[in-house]
Structures are given as C-alpha cells and as structure tokens.
Design a protein around this ligand. Structure first.
Ligand code: 9MG
Length: 291
C-alpha cells in the first residue's frame, strides 16, 4: 500500500478512512443538477428529484456525494455563475445534515466559497485549482480537495488530445498543483489526486493511465480518485450508448480498484458497491492461505 500523509482524508466534518479504502475504495456517487447532464438527461435537475436520488444513494451505501451544477461533458455549453449557484446551493442546504460528506464539483472560486460556507466538505475541481483565486477560496476551510488533470478545456478537449509523454505530463501537472496547494497552506491530508479520465484523453490514453494509476498514486503519495463511469471510453469499448454503460462502468470501477484507487466516482452506486464487496471478499480470501 502506498504511503499517504494520513490514513484518512480530511474531508470537512468527516475523516473517511483511506487505509480501509485501500481494501475497498470509497464510492463517490454523482449527483448532477444540470438540465443537460450527459448521462441522466437532466433527470435530477429539480430539487425534489435530486434529493430523492441522494436518499437512494445513501441507502445504497454511498460514501461521498458529489454535487455538480455544470456539465463537464465534452462540448457542453458553459453555465453562468448565477445559474450554477441556483442549481447547487439548494441541494447543499438540503443535504448538509444527511450524514455523508458533500463534495461539490466546481471550477469557480465564488461557488467554492458559497458551498463551503453552506456546509460542503469537499471541492472537486476538474481544472486542478488552476484559477488564481481557487486555492485561496478553499485554504481557510477544512475541506478535502480533489486535484484533477485535464488537457485543454471541456469545449474542445476531445478534438485531438496529444501527449509527448502521457505519464510524465499527467504526473508533473499533478505534482505542480499539489505543491501550489501545500504552499497555499492546505494540509496534505486534505488532498486527493485524479488522472482525469476522458478529460483531453483518447480511449488509448485512458487505458494506459488506468494501467499506470497505482504507480502515479505511489510516486505522488496522495490518494487517487478514479472517474470512468459512463464515459465515452466505456462506450467505445462496448459499443453502447450512454444509457447502456452500467456493466462496462462497473467493470471499469473494479479495474480502478484493482489498480489502487482509493475513491471511485460513479453513477450506479448500489451496483458498484455490491461489485466492490465481491471483489474485496475475493481479494481478502486470496491473502489467507489456510481454510
Ligand atoms: C466532474 N467530473 C466528471 N468526471 C470526473 C472525474 O473523472 N473526476 C473528477 N474528480 N471529477 C469529474
């Protein structure tokens, strides 16, 4: 098991155990509150639907709920600050006492400040906190931060992704952002990293990174979050449209777990939790050589 700053992730009011997660990764459930969400067609855009979806995820064994008000689907139109706040804030207020850590997926420092003041426990920034004000927005709190690698911008990132050295470029980007976060006063136990599957990456890039992610996690020394659920790579491999990618996504979550992921970000919580339980039980049995 890689050495992490602590055996927990400091996540606002919570400290999920990532030493245990090295056995079974934490499951982060996706709660999109975008009308144009690429995988749920805006199904959870209204507050009531979002809350009942969250309740179901909790019943299904979710460990962290990731709320997002901006679609990050390739080519998705940008959302205004007001619209993002209008979508996300009521959900954060309604769920803050649900007993699970609340993560908010945002690139905007203004949104980070508002959701942290409202009780969010984690900020998931697909830009890796590159906005000059973003680290200041989170530094005074106790929230966890997920630093993700992305090449380019969501509008254009899948046009022609190219790397001279995929592993080195992703590693060096994450290392530089980790150093900036630490320099901004963010404690090491608050940080997790993410190779950013599908963000400026072809299927081949994603599969290579998946094979290398345990090495990435080991050399950087921070817990790794993997998000492959329903992404186009799953569609390319299986030939399935987005609404038929559950089995492929569960397989991807298991592979990510097998390659050391501490957190998997998924749409299908119940199915992924069950699959990880079976994977974990089989793995533990392999270690015990007496029957
Ligand atoms: C918001 N979002 C969409 N995909 C993601 C991924 O793979 N990782 C993280 N951290 N966030 C994501």
């Amino acid at each position: 098991m890689p050495e992490f700053p602590r055996n927990y992730l400091q996540c606002g009011r919570f400290r999920p155990d990532i030493a245990a997660a090295a056995l079974r990764p934490l499951v982060m459930g996706i709660l999109n509150v975008t009308p144009d969400s690429f995988s749920d067609g805006g199904q959870f855009a209204s507050l009531d639907l979002a809350l009942s979806h969250a309740e179901q995820m909790i019943a299904d064994g979710v460990d962290i709920i990731d709320i997002g008000g901006e679609s990050t689907r390739p080519g998705a139109p940008p959302v205004s600050l007001d619209d993002e706040l209008r979508r996300v804030m009521p959900v954060v207020y309604a769920l803050r006492d649900c007993g699970k850590p609340l993560s908010v997926d945002t690139r905007r420092p203004a949104v980070m400040r508002e959701v942290l003041a409202a009780g969010a426990d984690m900020i998931n920034d697909i830009e890796g906190f590159r906005d000059p004000d973003s680290l200041a927005a989170v530094s005074d709190s106790d929230c966890a931060i997920c630093i993700m690698h992305m090449q380019g911008e969501p509008q254009s990132m899948q046009t022609a992704p190219h790397y001279d050295d995929l592993f080195v470029e992703v590693r060096d980007f994450l290392r530089e952002r980790i150093d900036q976060a630490l320099a901004a006063g963010i404690a090491a136990e608050r940080i997790c990293i993410d190779p950013g599957y599908g963000f400026g990456k072809t299927t081949e890039h994603n599969l290579k990174l998946l094979a290398w992610q345990d090495e990435l996690q080991r050399v950087l020394g921070f817990p790794l979050l993997a998000g492959l659920s329903r992404k186009s790579t799953i569609g390319q491999i299986t030939g399935r449209p987005v609404e038929q990618r559950m089995a492929g996504s569960i397989a991807a979550a298991l592979v990510a777990a097998d390659h050391g992921a501490c957190i998997v970000r998924v749409h299908d919580v119940a199915e992924t939790v069950d699959a990880l339980k079976v994977w974990n039980a089989a793995r533990l049995a392999r270690r015990v050589n007496t029957v």
